[in-house]
Write a protein that binds this ligand. Sequence first.
Ligand code: BG6
Length: 510
Amino acid sequence: MATPATQDLRQTGRPGDPCTMVIFGATGDLTRRKLIPALYNLAKENLLSREFAIIGVARNELTTEQFRESLTKDIPGFLGCPLDNDLWEWFLKRITYLQGEFNDPQVYARLQGELQRTEKEHMTHGNLFYYLAVAPTFFGEIATQLGTAGMLAEEDGKWRRVIVEKPFGRDLDSAHALNQQLRKVMGESQIYRIDHYLGKETVQNIMAFRFANGIFEPIWNRRYIDHVQITVAETVGVEQRGGYYDTAGALRDMVPNHIFQLISLTAMEPPISFQADAVRDEQAKILHAIQPFTAEDVLTHTVRGQYGDSVGTDTRMPAYRAEPQVLADSATETYVAMKLQIDNWRWAGVPFYLRTGKRMAARHTYIAVEFRRPPLRIFRDTAVDHLTPNTLVIQIQPEEGIKLSFAAKTPGPIMRLGTVDMKFNYADYFGVTPSTGYERLMHDCMIGDATLFQRADQVEAGWSVVTPLLDVWKALPPRNFPNYPAGSWGPKEADDLLARDGRKWRAVEG
Ligand code: BG6
């Protein structure tokens, strides 16, 4: 239930700076599903400057009018709330479209003309916000073209910022090369490498939970914590993205980015302030502290899987190899599980188990922190035969909340114990605000706050951890694929990984 005090927590903040946003890849899925609805939501919350304009750039032959029409057709389906027609009219007037190839210098010359026009018409103060919502092969190309055309130079207090989508590289070498290419034409402070997991309220709340409360931090270490489990389970398959996914796989797609965000926020030391670099320094230290995988570790501490046809589920789901644009003998993994160790004083000896997969039995993302059992079994002469460890579960999605499980005496004359929960659900306290998860990130970029974006060193540290796995897996192609049925909890080897340590994956409820 919302209390009066919770109202005060909903501070709206200041609107983003006046600016023109240039979206490269304006006719793609990301633009219509996430970016436009998120910008509209910001406008609705008065978090978008009134001095704002959008120029969409893409290859498709469209006029501005046609572009606006297609956005108008799509927006209701992606908004999650009724459209305010007046606001949408205001918004549409600020959108123009420019057709062209991303590698054509002429396009950038025309774009400059358009930018001068929007600056005058919408008073955008000359600030420019480029969003690269394009295939990764174009990231470097577009940045170089913008640099060559002088469109990244920050002069007279006018800012130029570039949001780069994922995937940022496909291994350490390619991520490093891309960083170098970007740094040739702009400063690190102009680069906003996005990871949409950091736009999720529940992910941002990990920091609030840990550092705005005094009671958890003293027990947040190897002395009290037995192990940590992170599960990112998806029920979807690869849908229409088989072409991309078959060259990427679950490891590249989810681990060095989204899952490493969850690990670094869970494991980092308290930053000295909430300034972008103070937070990112601590996150980076955790990634550097992950024990490097030897070839032997890859064999014993990691599991890969690929889904086959569903078995016994209500709806029949085809095997990964039968998905569109996937090779019929594909060796790409759609599931990965692993055990990591973080080599620092806080976490030495505490395993972090993680797993993620497509076509799993339920959609659930959570971090479960399992505490050590009490040191003395004082109930040994009673009917209590075992003690269930305390667990703190941070539920990221679809449930959003935090749950602490502990033992309680069940009523009656005999000493018996049951496990009970203390729960916090976001929706109960704060209601539900329609959100795409991109609002906060775009607003942060418009006010110059890079805390929730990745620095070059973080991205490279993430890739350094997973690159040895990619190398060993490539050298030893899987022989047992497909090894889990669509709609299940993944391959048996992932259960064995924990069973060898006397542990098991937390059962996901309902
Ligand atoms: C994307 C991956 O980055 O994240 C997708 O490329 C994945 O494969 C998606 O499905 C998961 O995001 P979310 O927000 O649905 O957990």
